[in-house]
Design a protein around this ligand. Structure first.
Ligand code: URA
Length: 234
């Protein structure tokens, strides 16, 4: 791919903008030599204003989504893209959330620009467990573990029952739930079906990948090792 297109696709500017960046000498190699638009250089050797070029397509990031941000590009309020470098929202192919978390849910959110990887993560075939911790408005009734594990719980306006889900009681109003599906507002609706209400909800892991010690709003680019962990059992 031509350098101008490569750099523009990473969100640094339009092709015209990037053309000017070359003319202004802002694009160099690792040794600081000014590059020209028709040079052939390995991705890892390109610098923009002295900084390494963002990773190429195939990016996978883990974000600790805070409460109050939506997983949308269009919402007029706070969105997850506000937490990333502004050019990440201009990448082509687009960097998209892998599944969604509600505005009021925090925790581990993956984002990628690799459609194949996205489908592999969300595909029921991969069967990746997603673990949530919920605090509840009322004490647990006592039958939630069995009802959630039954594989027969039908949520309102759905036509197939939920797959069996494992629940661990952490305290009378605090539970850990492991799901392999990702239906709309699933955890909140599951507890609503039991006459309860979720007060706070956090996703703590996906597959074998946990939130770690990332603070809300922090993100990082995942390595090959992280990807293996993601697809390994927790
Ligand atoms: N279940 C929910 O209710 N909300 C989420 O964001 C994720 C799972």
């Amino acid at each position: 791919m031509k350098l101008v297109k490569l750099i523009a696709n990473l969100g640094y500017g339009s092709r015209k903008d990037v053309g000017w960046m070359f003319r202004e000498g802002r694009i160099t190699d690792a040794a600081g030599e000014v590059l020209y638009a028709d040079d052939r250089v390995a991705h890892g050797d390109i610098r923009v204003d002295g900084e390494a070029l963002d990773p190429p397509q195939g990016l996978l990031i883990a974000l600790h989504k805070p409460v109050g941000h939506t997983c949308s590009t269009k919402d007029p309020g706070r969105v997850i893209y506000d937490l990333l470098p502004p050019r990440f929202r201009l990448r082509d192919p687009a960097l998209s959330p892998v599944g969604r978390l509600d505005r009021d849910t925090s925790g581990l959110l993956l984002m990628t620009d690799d459609g194949g990887l996205l489908h592999r993560i969300i595909s029921p075939k991969s069967n990746l467990p997603k673990v949530y911790e919920a605090t509840l408005a009322q004490d647990l009734r006592g039958d939630e573990v069995d009802v959630f594990a039954s594989g027969s719980l039908m949520l309102e306006s759905e036509d197939t029952p939920l797959a069996p889900a494992a629940m661990q009681v952490l305290s009378p109003r605090h539970a850990r739930l492991t799901l392999t599906e990702g239906r709309y507002h699933q955890v909140r609706r599951m507890f609503a079906a039991m006459g309860n209400r979720v007060e706070t909800l956090q996703r703590v892991s996906i597959g074998g990948l946990g939130l770690g010690d990332a603070a809300p709003g922090q993100w990082r680019i995942l390595t090959g090792e992280d990807r293996s962990r993601l697809f390994s059992s927790p």
